[in-house]
Design a protein around this ligand. Sequence first.
Ligand SMILES: [Zn+2]
Length: 184
Amino acid sequence: MPAFRLGFQDGSQLVLTEAGAKKRAGVWLLTPEEAELELAHLGPEALGLGAERLGEICAGESRRLHSLLRDQRVIAGSGRAWANEILHHAQLSPYALSRELEPDEVSRLATAIDSELTRGLELRERGANDKKTYRVHNKLGEPCYVCGTPIARVDYEEHTVYYCPHCQTGGRVLKDRRLSRLLR
Ligand SMILES: [Zn+2]
């Protein structure tokens, strides 16, 4: 069920849907000047960022990669789900520190950002739903599309990290904080 739908004269449509349980999406009508002010805090667009610029961003502050990719002030355009898809494609741990990446890892990450977001956009334009679009996100226990290892996850209040323990963390299963809190 779309939250918002805008029809254009040529028959095309802008459709806004919000999948999460917490509804936060909104629609505003702004002048170009107001829009510029509203968007001033956003980082550069993720798609087409390139290894050089990404390398500067990674070196700029020491952040866990999943957290860095979710932060719109740092890189705009990739959220929680795409952070999972991108890091899996780049074969990097969600908890790797941005400043500790080797140059080849930065370039793998830049390539993964472009290829995964391009893949996602193409699928979405054809009307694909979440289940068809994501290959790692929300796929707990399903086989990794690269190596067949069951996808694992770590739960947080506001987001969930999904990853392949074989492709991304060298066989290490990351601690599920919610589960360990329950067991304490
Ligand atoms: Zn794998």
